[in-house]
Design a protein around this ligand. Structure first.
Ligand code: IVH
Length: 669
């Protein structure tokens, strides 16, 4: 193919993909299946690979990320990023309206918007192409995060339509939807990472990640609410946002233009309730005078515009008594203090427990046992204590003595300063840690021994038959049969499951052995980078750090793991028992990143390929296979006799349903 042909084809494919991207992520009205979209995308990627000089940063292929930013450049904002005045009640809002009406001689309109609780971003477009994205920073200057922002699918890389100025800036808020947040925290807790505090922090953290491919997988969204530039087509905020909508931006559908402060009050009371049903967090509403001329007349104070104000919602809060603090020991030895409360109703449920996270939080709150405390529900499932009612402090209330020894094994705790968390260091001897590691080892995404769940592990552990993950492979039928509720059939079943797990590929064994901070993705990357466990064991810090995903913390954790004599012994035994501690030649030959960022659910029986094989192919090609259908699922691979519930859910959520043929075509060359 000549370069001219390639150029034309790339332009054509890009345009088609942009169109479908817009239909899907901005309008939520897809016209082609994800499968068809992926085929087009693959064609574009192949052409760009063959003609690297024709690969541009605004290409739709760049949305999957891959660019690494080692250090974020500081950029001075062309227009400073101001904040807004806050009010918390209708009285203050009424006063705002009184000031506005006094200063303006003509009638005026307001635009009511939601106040998105995320990370503010300013995105500059030049000649219709996304040129730069900068965080708010201190308002004067922020961090350039363009590579990461390019991966957010609802932000156009190239504009549609016409009439946009040669250069302008659009501002908005990058948010992490609730379902994405919940999923990330589930995965973090599993590998012993501290869970993220709330969706806002997570969005901020994600935006500052070095590997944009990881950002792409986190599925951030963005709502745009402010446009700045010299030659904007209209003289009012609302009309320019409408114009921006026609250029392909995701302008919130919630905006409302109103003619009186009474209507503003109605907007507020509507969203104060309706916000609970939104898939992301908001913390109030923003009210803006619509006409630019009137905005000019009103002007600015030193910090914020006089033509706009934020009304913040009051978070529902209850007060109750802190009865006791108990301590939980996690799989990684992390100690989590839990507040046990006198049950109290809050936002529709009865609250009995609240999370206290760590000793610092307890100290900062200055809370005592017996105190009356305030609890709130934020973006998280477990409510939190936000303060103490000192007026109600009882004489018998006494300060919290954070425990010094593990409640499970009585080992003195250590404090890891960097994480502000206490840990039980007795990894090899603390029961919940040992059992937790075994549960992780046998879990579905690890060794997938479903005949060896938490109850059986508990039984075997209590009987003294297993002390670590390697012991699982030296279990004998006679010993198992002596256990309560173990019949011949269940014992055989158990042993069969254990035997079958020996075929699990290296990358999953690496995830299963439970190196702290090494999740599924990292394990896979390590497996492919080092090919076998001995190479990994010997790897220098420098070589570890070359692997995407691996930072200082993970590198250190890997080193610590392999230096431990007990771990060395376990790995040696696992090897002797026949577990796969190196990548198969076949795996090396059949890997690709074609399914990068896609999540699959498999259901039913298949004709050409086994379920396990299907799963393996998904992973080898960079995709993810999960157990249940959710809003994050890209495809449901449906076989014969598939579960009707899964099908129903997939249909309801608009998840694309494909057959095994479709799937195999996706990963074919
Ligand atoms: S307008 C000059 N509109 O709230 C006006 N801001 O304290 C610029 N925010 O930094 C901001 N939703 O991060 C505007 N609909 C909305 C908003 C919004 C959230 C954030 C933004 C800003 C802060 C204001």
């Amino acid at each position: 193919m000549t370069t001219t042909d390639a150029r034309a084809q790339i332009a054509d494919l890009s345009k088609t993909l942009e169109e479908h991207n817009y239909l899907y992520y901005v309008l939520h009205q897809p016209r082609i299946s994800d499968y068809e979209y992926d085929i087009l995308m693959q064609a574009l990627i192949n052409l760009e690979k063959a003609n690297p000089e024709l690969l541009f940063p605004e290409s739709p292929s760049q949305r999957v990320g891959g660019a690494i930013t080692k250090e974020f450049k500081t950029v001075v904002h062309k227009y400073p990023m101001l904040s807004l005045g806050n009010t918390y009640n209708e009285q203050e809002l009424q006063e705002f309206d009184d000031r506005v009406s006094k200063m303006l001689s003509e009638p005026y309109e307001y635009v009511c918007e939601l106040k998105y609780d995320g990370v503010a971003i300013g995105i500059t477009y030049k000649k219709g192409v996304l040129a730069q994205a900068v965080t708010r920073g201190d308002g004067e200057k922020g961090d350039e995060v363009t590579a990461n922002v390019r991966t957010i699918k609802s932000i156009p890389l190239r504009l549609r339509g016409s009439g946009f100025p040669d250069e302008f800036e659009i501002r908005g808020e990058i948010v992490m939807p609730h379902d994405v947040f919940d999923q990330i925290n589930k995965e973090r807790e599993e590998i012993g990472d501290v869970p993220l505090a709330n969706p806002r922090n997570s969005a901020a953290g994600t935006l500052k990640m070095q590997d944009s491919a990881v950002v792409a997988r986190r599925k951030l969204d963005c709502y745009l609410y402010f446009i700045l530039g010299e030659n904007l087509p209209f003289q009012s905020h609302f009309d320019n946002l409408e114009a921006a909508k026609s250029w392909g931006f995701k302008i919130p559908p919630y905006n409302k233009k109103v003619g009186s402060i009474q209507e503003v009050f109605q907007f507020i009371s509507h969203w104060d309730k309706a916000r609970l049903d939104l898939p992301f967090d908001i913390d109030g509403v923003v009210i803006k005078v619509n006409a630019y001329e009137q905005q000019r007349q009103l002007g600015f104070t030193a910090k914020s515009p006089r033509w706009a104000i934020a009304y913040k919602f009051k978070t529902e809060r209850a007060s109750t008594v802190l009865l006791e603090i108990t301590y939980q020991v996690g799989r990684t030895g992390a100690i989590t203090p839990v507040a046990n409360l006198q049950p109290v109703p809050l936002a529709g449920t009865t609250v009995k427990r609240a999370s206290l996270h760590n000793a610092d939080i307890i100290q900062q709150l200055g809370v005592r046992i017996g105190d009356t405390v305030y609890v709130e529900k934020g973006g998280e499932i477990i409510p939190k204590i936000v303060g103490v009612d000192l007026e109600k402090r009882a004489a018998h209330a006494h300060p919290v003595q954070f425990i010094t020894h593990c409640p499970e094994c009585n080992t003195p705790l250590i404090l890891r300063e960097d994480e502000a968390k206490h840990f039980c260091p007795n990894e090899g001897g603390c029961p919940p840690q040992i059992k937790g590691r075994m549960e992780h080892f046998t879990s579905r995404r690890a060794m997938n021994i479903d005949s060896l769940g938490s109850e059986t592990i508990e039984l075997l552990y209590n009987a003294g038959l297993i002390h670590n993950i390697a012991d699982i492979y030296s279990l004998h039928k006679e010993e198992i049969l002596k256990l309560p509720r173990m019949a011949d059939k269940s014992a055989s079943n158990l042993l069969r499951g254990i035997e079958a797990s020996k075929a699990i590929p290296f990358e999953r064994v690496l995830f299963a052995i439970g190196i702290r901070h090494v999740g599924e993705t990292t394990a896979k990357k390590l497996a492919y980078a080092f090919k076998n466990i001995h190479e990994l064991e010997q790897a220098s810090a420098e070589r570890l750090l070359e692997v995407g995903d691996v930072g200082e913390k993970i590198a250190q954790s890997i080193h610590a793991f392999f230096r431990d004599a007990h771990n060395q012994q376990i790995i040696q035994t696992l090897g002797q028992q026949g577990l796969k501690l190196s990548l198969s030649e076949e795996a090396l030959a059949t890997t690709s990143d074609k399914l990068n960022g896609l999540t699959f659910v498999i259901s039913g029986k298949f004709r050409q390929i086994s379920r396990d094989e299907l799963k393996k192919r998904i992973e080898q090609n960079g995709g993810k296979s999960v157990g249940s259908v959710s809003g994050n699922t890209s495809f449901l691979v449906a076989g014969e006799e598939m579960g009707p519930e899964k099908l129903k859910k997939a249909e309801k959520l608009g998840v694309k349903i494909i057959g095994e043929d479709d799937f195999l075509k996706m990963i074919e060359e």
